[in-house]
Write a protein that binds this ligand. Structure first.
Ligand code: NAP
Length: 343
């Protein structure tokens, strides 16, 4: 039996939508459509905005976080946080390949892959949560998942620890898009700069802005910014990014009023849209990678302060993004050491 290539055949509620916006999807693993792939899941990487929201709501407690995740997946058939709407991604082993895909894809049974589509649209059935890694937003599980025909994936690289590859691939769009957006001599502001994507984006922004460019890191606490220093980032400023006026003042002072050509928002909490907009010069670009971004707050907020900025939604996918992200870490010994220590 052939299912829809985007997976609409597994949508339960509401009918007629794609699996990502669906409220509930079918996670019955006993039936595999001929154009689906069954994955034996090892680890979930919960999206940072989602993990932070769950942790804020139930406390920093492994068991409570585990039962919240189980209850979401049991209810929805997928790991889509009902508050943030976001998912994450997974790594696992290919267990079965549907008849219609056999010989047409570069996968075989037993291959270890990372899915590059969001958990917010991936049918998932969790048997057991083995361990919640509070410091990594990762969860080791006994679980099965389905990859639809249109679902993209990457084979796990042989030269990297699985957990490390999962962490990098989770945010692969961010360094790839940064490389596309930043031009030589640009001033780039990175909000949330010592987080996972923040470090990748800081490194890439510094590389592409070049010696005459400038990377300004906005962080919540300077005491946690040692990895940015290791990457050679010198303009590091402490601010809560919900305080938009403070961030504007910092960037204005650091740029003699010129403001940023490109601002990259990689925080894991809401209400930082205006800091990103105010930090950016007219006709500059704001790249909202954060899943906690509100379209309404950004659109109406920019209008409200009369800022003519180009605002980009952080598409999780970009051509070759997985390769670009992994190569970014491979090419810098310092960045690699930082990530190996973190994951
Ligand atoms: P992360 O490692 O948790 O980093 C988030 C950073 O934001 C942390 O350094 C945090 O600082 C900082 N932060 C939070 N609130 C702040 C505030 N008010 N002011 C200043 N800094 C603040 O997250 P990540 O894994 O890099 O992910 C970053 C964002 O990308 C998340 O929103 C995630 O959901 C999103 N994401 C998007 C996509 C996509 O496809 N667009 C894919 C994956 C992830 P503290 O640690 O000090 O709080």
């Amino acid at each position: 039996m052939i299912g829809n290539r985007y997976g609409t055949h597994r949508v339960i509620e509401p009918q007629g939508v794609l699996p990502q916006p669906a409220w509930k999807i079918d996670n019955d693993m006993s039936k595999l459509y001929d154009n689906e792939i069954l994955v034996d899941v090892m680890t979930l990487n919960i999206d940072a905005a989602s993990f932070t929201q769950i942790r804020d709501s139930v406390g920093n407690d492994e068991e409570k976080i585990a039962s919240k995740i189980i209850s979401i997946v049991n209810e929805r058939g997928k790991m889509q946080n009902p508050v943030t709407g976001s998912g994450g991604m997974l790594i696992g082993k290919v267990e079965k390949i549907g008849e219609a895909l056999k010989g047409k894809i570069d996968l075989k049974i037993g291959d270890e892959i990372a899915t590059l589509v969001s958990l917010s649209l991936t049918p998932l059935k969790i048997e057991k949560i083995k361990k919640v890694h509070l410091d990594k937003d990762q969860v080791d599980v006994e679980a099965k998942a389905i990859l639809f025909e249109s679902g993209i994936y990457a084979k796990l690289p042989p030269d990297m620890d699985r957990r490390l590859a999962l962490a990098i691939l989770d945010v692969a769009g961010a360094p790839a898009q940064t490389a596309r957006l930043v031009n030589p001599n640009d001033t780039v502001v990175i909000i949330g700069a010592y987080g996972k994507s923040g470090l990748l984006c800081s490194y890439v922004a510094k590389k592409y802005a070049g010696p005459a460019g400038k990377v300004i890191a906005i962080v919540r606490s300077k005491s946690k910014a040692e990895n940015l220093v290791k990457l050679g980032i010198t303009d590091i400023f402490e601010a809560d990014a919900r305080d938009a006026v403070k961030v504007e003042e910092i960037v204005s002072k650091a740029t003699n009023g010129r403001m940023a050509d490109v601002t990259i928002n990689v925080v894991n909490n809401p209400d930082t849209e205006m800091a990103s907009i105010l930090a950016t010069r007219d006709y500059g670009t704001v790249y909202f990678f954060s899943m906690a971004t509100s379209f309404t707050k950004a659109a109406l907020g920019a209008e409200g302060v009369g800022k003519d900025v180009n605002m980009i939604i952080g598409n999780g996918y970009m051509t070759n993004h997985a390769q670009i992200a992994l190569d970014t870490v491979r090419e810098s010994k310092v960045l690699k050491e930082i990530f190996e220590k973190m994951y």
